[in-house]
Write a protein that binds this ligand. Structure first.
Ligand SMILES: Cc1cc2nc3c(=O)[nH]c(=O)nc-3n(C[C@H](O)[C@H](O)[C@H](O)COP(=O)(O)OP(=O)(O)OC[C@H]3O[C@@H](n4cnc5c(N)ncnc54)[C@H](O)[C@@H]3O)c2cc1C
Length: 239
């Protein structure tokens, strides 16, 4: 899997800061914007902007985060993973079409559990060979790719461009960075967080992207992975 941040809102912290500050200031957003991006002595310090963002996030005033968005190039995830990804409705997706692009033999994701087990790997490879052979024969018979693909398993690789605003990214990371999420989509969102962390001006935003337990201070699942105790373990059983 390869994930690359290919575009994002320019001056992201300043943009969210102006959105938040506008709600509580007698000054208009244009003036606040000029103060945010100016190089002069009146410039609003970056720490002040981060401090306001900390407050709005802690208070749940999350709509200000919708003014920042990110576009990612995502390559080589399985269709099993992309099915889960596109369930997130507050995002935009453009996915490689199986109607137009032929399926290649080497374009299948192999889970590590299968790679590590010789017998499982043999079963997996035989199934992929058989499915690919059936696909090729159907295409040769003149069956359109949109129908031949019905024999292709979820392991088939796909490419997607995804645009997501920061509010949705903040929400989605809470559930997809959790160890309870399926490994491939969990890996994807850790890579997405990593892409933000690589960019100096986005590091502070990457820090907000955490599994739910880190934000709540307890695990909301029935059984904890051990990183945080469950709610019952923290407050006792109040049922
Ligand atoms: C561990 C795990 C297991 C899962 N297992 C299954 C499963 O077995 N079967 C299955 O079908 N799905 C499963 N899912 C998918 C899950 O049910 C959600 O569809 C998916 O995670 C998308 O998240 P979402 O609905 O919170 O929000 P998104 O679509 O990402 O939307 C973000 C937020 O916007 C709000 N929102 C969006 N749309 C609406 C709306 N129409 N009405 C009200 N509020 C809205 C909600 O607050 C929502 O949390 C699983 C997810 C996880 C993390």
């Amino acid at each position: 899997m390869n994930v690359k941040l290919i575009n994002y809102t320019a001056n992201p912290i300043e943009t969210a800061f102006v959105a938040a500050r506008t709600c509580y200031s007698g000054d208009g957003p244009e003036k606040l914007w000029e103060l945010s991006i100016s190089d002069g002595e009146n410039k609003i310090p970056e720490e002040k902007m981060h401090s306001l963002l900390d407050k709005v996030i802690a208070s749940g005033h999350l709509s200000v985060l919708e003014h920042i968005s990110f576009t990612f190039a995502i390559e080589g995830i399985s269709r099993a993973c992309s099915h889960q990804l596109v369930r997130h409705r507050i995002a935009n997706f453009s996915q490689q079409s199986q109607r137009y692009v032929s399926i290649k033999r080497d374009a299948f994701v192999i889970p590590s559990t299968i790679k590590a087990n010789r017998e499982a790997r043999k079963i997996f490879d035989e199934l992929i060979d058989s499915a690919k052979s059936a696909y090729d024969k159907l295409v040769e018979l003149g069956i359109p790719k949109e129908d031949a693909r019905f024999v292709i398993p979820n392991a088939a690789k796909t490419n997607i461009v995804m645009t997501m605003n920061f509010r949705e990214l903040y929400n989605v990371c809470q559930i997809r960075l959790c160890t309870r999420a399926q490994w491939e989509i969990r890996t994807l969102f850790w890579k997405i967080k990593g892409e933000l962390a690589k960019v100096e001006e986005l590091k502070g935003l990457a820090d907000y992207l955490q599994p739910k337990c880190v934000i709540l201070g307890y695990c909301p699942e029935h059984r904890s992975c051990g990183l945080y105790p469950t709610r019952e373990e923290v407050v006792g059983d109040d049922s």
